[in-house]
Design a protein around this ligand. Sequence first.
Ligand SMILES: [Zn+2]
Length: 479
Amino acid sequence: MGKKNKQFVENVTAMEDDFARWYTDVVKQADLVDYGPVRGTMIIKPDGFAIWENIRDELDRQIKATGHSNVSFPLFVPERLLQKEKDHVEGFAPEVAWVTHGGEDKLAERIAVRPTSEALFSDYYSKNIHSYRDLPMLYNQWANVVRWEKTTRPFLRSSEFHWQEGHTAHATDADASEETDRMLGVYADVVENYLAIPVYKGRKTDKEKFAGAKYTLTIEALMHDGKALQSATSHHFGSGFAEAFDITYLDENGESQFVHQTSWGLSTRIMGALIMVHGDNRGLVVPPQIAPTQAMIVPVAQHKEGVLDKAYDLRDEMKDLVRVGIDASDKKPGWKFNEYEMKGIPVRIEMGPKDIEKDQVVLVRRDTGEKEFVARTDLEARLPVLLDEIQQNLFDKALAHRVEKTSVATDMDEFKQTLDQKSGFIKAMWCGDMSCEEKIKEDTGATSRLIPFEQESIADTCVCCGKEAKELVYWAKAY
Ligand SMILES: [Zn+2]
């Protein structure tokens, strides 16, 4: 980076120096969030929310395309409902925010601000599912939830966050399994093809699964600093909640059966992944598929006659083709270049008097910094192709990074050494014993991220205890 360029990004710590500070600097300088007045809460600002809306819109489209309906359930959960499923309440109890008063009056029963809504949906299903004809019930809601976190960071861990939570009820265990798989597939599609983030797919160990679930499926991504981030999860509940909430239906033979449920969620945490996978020392890098502005026109020497008119003409020509913006403010072009690089806008279109004379524009890619001169007549064909190339390049770069940082270990010395030197994912065999999982976490700081769907045999014995190995697990330090 040249000296001249560097002065514009002096507000951002280099990621090599301090990744955590780099992250908070980018979040702030790219104008994504501000801190709320209650500790751990965040205000998502227009530039941040516009990205989230694009993620949300695509995910919502796919949720509906797979047969689900959106609903809106209450913010409040009575304590007695939360208490019904034992594992569930134990899992969430330390993070629940309680309402104890209404105005001046103490409430007879505490009310939880929803940390998640299984209890509410289960209560509803117990009253509204009667017959096999009512199944499946395929609901989703876009909501905010509260979890009283001790340490918080914008997007990654905040006391209140936005997400969607799908809650479904099915006649059979097999139907619920299919649904659990299907929704993990939807998440993987959105995260890989829209956010350009490659993910590993698999199942959580019992230690890491959702409180109250029979099993949890997950997609995990690798951040730039070599740590993993759980990007979305899909849970199979079996009939656990159905038994706790007495959710039954009459089957075709008139016999009473418990339903089988699932839930699945993707939250604003994914914004953290977006920043930490694609961002660089010049700021945010937003994949074109979800970028609110895909190309920003910056007129050069705009005080010269005709430049602004031509720039607006260009905007009007492009606006049905791509999401295009124009900055005709009187700030200097250099300031604008750096501002839109900081905000991660995929392409900058420069146009000055010389370009107008030659009937061309200059395209500058955010991901590589490469410049190309394109004739005005070719722009309509070139720009969408360039955006696709950027999208693909971001995915390929992230994938190459993950390949580089996915290692194999067959004993604990190798495990520790690799984790210290390379970070990233460690593939190692596991005996299935939770005590080994705990010991690995204690000794190395790495947690089991997933049991991959595609199993390989790396060794015959558990990496930790040396007993017979049951399955391959991907381990990593994680957010
Ligand atoms: Zn073991």
